[in-house]
Design a protein around this ligand. Structure first.
Ligand code: UDX
Length: 433
C-alpha cells in the first residue's frame, strides 16, 4: 500500500522504515532541511540500533523516499500517518500541539481524493475529535477520515517494537475505512497473533498516556521503596526481585536508581495531569505529581551521595560521570537524569568529566560547560568519585582494576544498581548503590 509519514523524527523515521519493511511504498515528509538531507542519503540523525541499515536498504530500493513537499504527499497516497513531535510547552505542563495542528492544516486543503489520516504522535485525550472537526472544515469536496493509532516504541528497541508490537490499538469514529485499512497495513503483524484493539478515539489516546503513566509510576514506586530501604538498611534490588516473581506485579520496570528521563515519560505524565485538570479530573491524577516528585528527588539524592562520599563537600573535587544518555542504547539526552546530576555537581564547585559511549555530541550541545572525556578511563583520571549514571554494557564490563590506577580516591557510586558490588569492594573500593 502507498502511504505517507509526516514528520521523520524518532517515531516517524522508524515508522517509515518499518512500513517499507512490511512491504509498503512510503513517502516520508520532513521539513527540517538538514534532517531531510541526511535521511534521503540513508543516514539516521540519531542512534537507534539497526535503523541505519533498514533505512538505507529501503531508500536504495526506492520503496522509501523523503521529501519536504506536502503537495507531493497529497498526490502520492491516500493514507497519512502523523508522526510529528508533541513536546512539553515552555513553562507549562501541557503538550504543545503546534506541529500536529500544522500538519493537518497544511495537508488537508491539498487533498483531492478521499483520505485517511492516522495519528501516531502522543496527544492529549480529545485531540482526534478536535482535529476531526478541523479536517471537515478544511477538506474540499473530499471525505477525509481521521483516527488515532498510538505508537508504543522504546528507544533502543524501536524497530522490534514497531514490527513486533505487544498490541495494535486503533481509535476510530466508526463508519469509515480506518479499521479495514489498518488491518491491511499491519496484516503481517496481526498474522503473528498480535492483539488488534479497536476503540473510539479518546480511548486510544488514553491507552497511550495511561501506559506511560503506569510505567512511570512503577519506576517511582520502586524508587520510593528505595528511599525507605536506604533509611532502614534494606536491599531494594532484592525486594524488586522478590515482589517481581508475583505475576501480578512483574519484575520489569522495577529497577531502582536514578529514575526516568527521556523525551517521553516525563513530558507525558505532565501533559496527562494538565489534560485531566482541563477535564475537571485533576484529583484523579494527583498521584502523578508524587511520581514526578519521587523521580526528581532521585537526582538530588545522587548529588547528596556524591557529596557524602567526597567527605562532605564537592568544592574542588573531581567527579567522573559515566553515562550521559537517558538510558543505554540511546544517544538521547533529553531530560537525562545523568546530565542533570552532572550539571548540579558542577554547580556545587566540582570539576566534572563526562563520558558516554554514544551521547557525547548531543551532551556537548546541551551542556557545553561540562568537561568531556574520550573514554571511561580518561573520565576517571584523578577522580575523587566515579558515578555510574547510565547502565551501558561498557560500564558493566568495567573491571575495578581498569580504573584503580588512575583515580585519586576509590569511591564508586552505582546510580543504576548495575555493578557487581562485591567485586568493587574486593578491590578496595568504597561502593554506594
Ligand atoms: C517510553 C515507553 O517505554 C514507550 O512505550 C513509549 O512509547 C515512549 O516512552 P523510552 O522513553 O524509549 O520509552 O524509554 P524506557 O525504556 O521506557 O525508559 C524510560 C526511562 O525510565 C529511562 O530513563 C530508564 O532509564 C528509566 N527506567 C526504566 C528506570 O529508571 N527503571 C526501570 O526499571 C526502567
Amino acid at each position: 500500500m502507498r502511504m505517507v509519514v509526516l514528520g521523520l523524527g524518532y517515531l516517524g523515521a522508524t515508522h517509515a522504515a518499518c512500513m517499507a519493511e512490511l512491504g509498503h511504498e512510503v513517502l516520508g515528509i520532513e521539513v527540517i532541511p538538514e534532517k531531510r538531507a541526511q535521511l534521503a542519503a540513508g543516514e539516521v540523525p540519531f542512534y537507534e540500533p539497526g535503523l541505519p541499515e533498514l533505512l538505507r536498504r529501503h531508500i536504495d530500493s526506492g520503496t522509501l523516499r523523503v521529501s519536504d513537499s506536502y503537495a507531493e504527499a497529497a498526490d502520492f497516497a491516500d493514507v497519512f500517518f502523523i508522526a510529528v513531535g508533541t513536546p512539553q510547552k515552555k513553562g507549562e505542563y501541557s503538550a504543545d500541539l503546534t506541529f500536529v495542528d500544522a500538519a493537518v492544516e497544511e495537508l488537508v486543503p491539498l487533498l483531492s481524493r478521499d483520505a485517511l489520516i492516522l495519528g501516531k504522535s502522543t496527544v492529549p485525550v480529545g485531540t482526534t475529535e478536535r482535529l476531526s472537526e478541523r479536517v471537515d472544515d478544511l477538506a474540499k469536496d473530499v471525505k477525509v477520515e481521521i483516527a488515532w493509532n498510538p505508537e508504543f516504541l522504546r528507544e533502543g528497541y524501536a524497530i522490534n517494537d514497531t514490527l513486533h508490537p505487544d498490541r495494535v490499538v486503533l481509535g476510530a469514529f466508526g463508519g469509515g475505512r480506518a479499521e479495514e485499512t489498518c488491518r491491511e497495513i499491519y496484516q503481517k503483524i496481526i498474522d503473528e497473533n498480535t492483539p488488534f484493539l479497536l476503540t473510539d478515539p479518546p480511548t486510544a489516546e488514553l491507552v497511550k498516556t495511561s501506559a506511560n503513566a503506569f510505567l512511570a509510576t512503577k519506576i517511582s514506586f520502586i524508587n520510593a521503596i528505595a528511599e525507605v530501604c536506604e533509611a532502614a538498611g534494606a536491599d531494594v534490588k532484592a525486594i524488586a526481585d522478590a515482589i517481581g516473581y508475583d505475576a501480578r506485579i512483574g519484575r520489569r520496570f522495577l529497577n531502582a536508581g536514578l529514575g526516568f528521563g527521556g523525551g517521553c515519560l516525563p513530558k507525558d505524565i505532565r501533559a496527562f495531569m494538565a489534560r485531566a485538570g482541563e477535564l475537571g479530573a485533576a484529583e484523579a491524577l494527583s498521584f502523578l505529581r508524587e511520581v514526578d516528585n519521587v523521580n526528581m528527588r532521585r537526582r538530588t539524592r545522587m548529588v547528596e551521595v556524591a557529596r557524602e562520599v567526597c567527605g562532605g563537600t564537592l568544592l574542588g573535587k573531581r567527579i567522573a560521570i559515566l553515562g550521559a544518555a537517558f538510558k543505554p542504547e540511546s544517544d538521547d539526552v533529553r531530560d537525562s537524569p545523568a546530565l542533570n546530576v552532572a550539571g548540579q555537581i558542577q554547580l556545587q564547585g566540582a570539576s566534572v568529566s563526562v563520558y558516554d559511549p554514544r551521547a557525547m555530541e548531543n551532551s556537548r550541545r546541551q551542556f557545553p560547560t561540562l568537561d568531556y572525556a574520550t573514554s571511561a578511563i580518561e573520565a576517571c583520571e584523578a577522580a575523587d568519585a566515579v558515578l555510574v549514571l547510565t547502565e551501558w554494557d561498557e560500564f558493566l564490563r568495567l573491571q575495578p582494576s581498569d580504573i584503580s590506577p588512575v583515580v585519586r580516591n576509590k569511591n564508586i557510586v552505582d546510580g543504576r544498581l548495575c555493578l557487581n558490588a562485591a567485586a568493587w569492594k574486593k578491590d578496595g573500593w568504597s561502593y554506594r548503590g
